[in-house]
Design a protein around this ligand. Structure first.
Ligand code: FAD
Length: 316
């Protein structure tokens, strides 16, 4: 079922989770162990992130280095199918521009359709690890809006080979990303919102946000979206803090702020177990407030800490 249908049919705020594919070398059981404690909360859907390949330099026997390509977390599409099969829940594979040519993207979409997957979250992706700025694949998409157009075309039965006749129309529900604290490359919030609006006008059914720790920023973002005519549902993305290191890693990686009250509480913690408690309380406080405000879905980035998220959702 489509995310947008879940939202339209819901009588109260829904719950959804986001997981990463297991690291190469681990079995799918690692992911099931992660998801098992979360399934009692009947998530409306589960997102599965996409991780592009990286170039690394491997030392050879003669001392020289060889450039090799590794993909640490393969398998988004097949993992979605496995999750659907095991838990009978809808999934949302993340689809990115980075590393994909348009033909590979089309093949991926066709495969998703064959697997019975109704949803995609359409993203640009970040710069590859060894690049300073995002570079599209030759002939690939530069922005999420370009990738979105390809999905919209396929939904209309328009494939890359225009001589195909009487084609099957896919019917993907399309989500896109939004940034309550602005995408880090955008020169200002207004420009970022204008591009977000273009994604919605291009056919996105809903927006899901980058994590944030200050609900006031989310509400201001929603207001700003509504003010420029973005009417689709906006789903808040939420993540627990569980270690002191995250005080610096989260702002650096995701270009977000942690409110002073939260960072002070974390700084006062003696151990990471204490930080986890503080993070869980903060997440519960955010969740209750967002639920009260009537958000359509609470979307949790469970990454590495399913038990923290499970306890928060239980207390909601
Ligand atoms: P875009 O919408 O293309 O925007 C990128 C930048 O370009 C923005 O600054 C925007 O303002 C600007 N822009 C947009 N359109 C135009 C245009 N036409 N002309 C000029 N400028 C433009 N990354 C992964 O690799 N895998 C994942 O699974 C993943 N999941 C994510 C899930 C969520 C909910 C979020 C919020 C992010 C996720 N990301 C993921 C990270 C995401 O790929 C990065 O944040 C990326 O830098 C931007 O992606 P986007 O889809 O927002 O890009």
């Amino acid at each position: 079922m489509k995310v947008i249908d879940h939202i339209n049919q819901a009588k109260e705020t829904l719950i959804s989770f986001e997981v990463l594919p297991p690291l190469k070398g681990k079995g799918i059981e690692a992911l099931y162990n992660h998801l098992d404690p979360l399934m009692e909360f009947k998530p409306a859907f589960i997102n599965v992130t996409y991780h592009r390949s990286e170039h690394i330099f491997k030392k050879k026997a003669d001392g020289s280095f060889e450039k090799v390509v590794v993909r640490k977390r393969p398998g988004t599409e097949s993992i979605c199918a496995a999750i659907m099969n095991k838990y009978d829940v809808d999934t949302v594979p993340h689809l990115i521009c980075g590393g994909f040519g348009v033909n590979e993207t089309e093949d991926a979409l066709i495969n998703l359709r064959y697997l019975g997957i109704d949803n995609v979250l359409v993203l640009r992706g970040d710069a590859a690890k060894n690049e300073s700025t995002f570079e599209p694949e030759p002939g690939g998409h530069k922005y999420a809006s370009d990738l979105l157009k390809q999905v919209v075309n396929l939904n209309a039965g328009v494939y890359l080979e225009d001589e195909l006749k009487n084609t099957h129309k896919t019917d993907f529900c399309i989500g896109v990303a939004g940034y309550p604290e602005k995408h880090f490359e955008a020169p200002n919030m207004d420009t970022d919102l204008a591009y977000l609006k273009a994604k919605v006008e291009g056919g996105a059914d809903y927006i899901i946000t980058q994590m944030f720790f200050d609900n006031a920023k989310f509400y201001a973002f929603v207001d700003a979206c509504r003010a420029i005519g973005i009417t689709v549902p906006i789903i808040p993305g939420l993540k627990p803090v569980y270690s002191k290191k995250q005080l610096n890693i989260l702002p650096k990686t995701f270009h977000i702020d942690l409110p002073r009250d939260l960072s002070n509480e974390i700084l006062n913690c003696k151990t990471d177990e204490d930080v986890e408690k503080v993070g869980a309380e903060w997440l519960l406080m955010q969740s209750k407030d967002l639920k009260k405000s009537g958000v359509p879905v609470l979307h949790y980035y469970t990454l590495g800490r399913p038990h923290v998220v499970a306890n928060v959702v239980k207390d909601l």
